[in-house]
Design a protein around this ligand. Structure first.
Ligand code: LCS
Length: 402
């Protein structure tokens, strides 16, 4: 379709990934090949020297991968995308493309656990300095700036506390300082938040989550906003090798066809579940951006088109009560990951955020009693009934003699 960028995201989800071949395929086929042949030696040399356009080797470029990169870049309104083998590969590629030994990075304290450990236990070994702060607090970010600060890295909403950082304000702070802003947009997908439009420089995704949406792929994506960044990032990705493969690219492209409609249902279901939890007598606190009680509710309403599908909450009985709940639910599968059509429940302190260590968790306000639900697209009344049954068990257990 001509100039797909002018169209609505619902249309982009269906049409942005198409790279039709001479047979007229209506979806991009899977080019399940590692290497492409050259008609002659000079042509091969021209491709390597960038004098001619064409395919060489799948780690460098492949039509199925390119079609997915193009689709996510269009949805994010970015320059281009770089498909990665996982969300962590996308984050690793981004940070190694943007930072050198001696540079300083400011990162949100509440982020996916392995993002913290990638920075703290891997990048810092190579001379990168880092400070973890609550990036919803603009003054805390300003105080953490150093002459060597090159990157401000945020995840918003943050995993698992749902803390919201103000993308526009933070891009202003970063740019004034000569630093750049990277946003992990995994929890929102481009349907609910487009960070580049709010001033971010780079967006990263774990496509394992909402973009693919079916719990059958591990993959990541980087979206950059300029040709210059694209060239730098592409060369780092080529050399470090964390690229996505054609088959997974095909599956994610297929998932994206229904992204807009799935996100709508995730938001509706999660809002109803958050409202239910918010009024339940056994629930102490609910962290969900669309609840007026959320501390960053105003910022959320400003930069997000919907709350997303993830809710965190604490029960009155803390970890003990949370364990009974998680062991009693039927349609909420006890599993890590999020953003799929199926509802998942998990315990961040002992699962997704275990490697951070208790001190970093405490600083990021990830309590031992916190429970996280990724609300799927099942019938919401049945999901709430499932939670009600499990909460009744929690209540019964607190009454039984010790
Ligand atoms: N960014 C965010 C916000 C994430 O939630 C995750 C994974 C990643 C990056 C890394 O992506 P991956 O390499 O797994 O594709 N989050 C997970 C979670 O909360 N449970 O299991 C994985």
């Amino acid at each position: 379709m001509d100039d797909i960028r002018k169209h609505h995201q619902e249309t982009q989800c269906i049409h942005a990934s198409l790279k039709s071949d001479e047979t007229g395929t209506v979806v991009t086929p899977i080019y399940q090949v590692s290497t492409f042949s050259f008609p002659d030696v000079d042509h091969g040399a021209d491709l390597f020297a960038d004098r001619k356009k064409g395919y060489i080797y799948t780690r460098m470029a492949n039509p199925t991968i390119e079609s997915l990169e193009q689709a996510v870049a269009v949805l994010e309104d970015g320059y281009n995308g770089l498909g990665c083998s996982s969300g962590m590969a996308a984050i690793h590629t981004t940070l190694t493309a943007m930072l050198s030994a001696g540079d300083h990075l400011i990162c949100s304290d509440a982020v996916y656990g392995p993002t913290t450990t990638l920075i703290r236990d891997v990048l810092m070994r190579f001379g990168v300095q880092a400070t973890f702060v609550d990036t919803s607090d603009l003054d805390a970010v300003r105080k953490a700036l150093r002459p060597e600060t090159k990157v401000l890295y945020i995840e918003t909403p943050g995993n698992p506390t749902m803390v919201i950082s103000d993308i526009k304000a933070l891009s202003g702070i970063a740019h004034k300082w000569g630093a750049r802003l990277v946003v992990d947009n995994t929890f929102m997908s481009p349907i609910l938040q487009q960070p580049l439009k709010h001033g971010a420089d780079v967006v990263v995704h774990s496509m394992t989550k909402f973009l693919n949406g079916h719990a059958d792929v591990v993959a990541g994506m980087i979206v950059v906003s300029s040709e210059e960044d694209y060239k730098t990032f592409r060369s780092v990705l080529d050399e470090t090798g964390g690229v996505i493969d054609p088959f997974n690219s095909f599956l994610v492209s297929r998932g994206i066809k229904t992204l807009a409609i799935r996100m709508q249902r995730h938001c509706e279901n999660a809002t109803k579940m958050a409202e239910f939890l918010g009024t339940h007598p056994l629930v102490d606190r609910v962290y969900f951006p669309w609840l007026p009680s959320h501390p960053n509710h105003e910022v959320a309403k400003r930069q997000m088109n919907g709350p997303g599908g993830v809710i965190s909450f604490e029960l009155k009985g803390g970890l003990k009560a949370g364990k009974i709940l998680m062991n009693s639910v039927k349609f909420h599968m006890l599993a890590v990951s999020l953003g799929g059509v199926e509802t998942l429940i998990e315990h961040p302190a002992s699962m997704t955020h275990a490697t951070m260590g208790s001190e970093a968790r405490k600083k990021a306000r990830i309590t031992d009693g916190l429970v996280r639900i990724s609300v799927g697209i099942e019938n919401i009344d049945e999901l709430i009934e499932d939670l009600e049954r499990a909460l009744a068990k929690v209540k019964a257990s607190t009454k039984s003699p010790a």
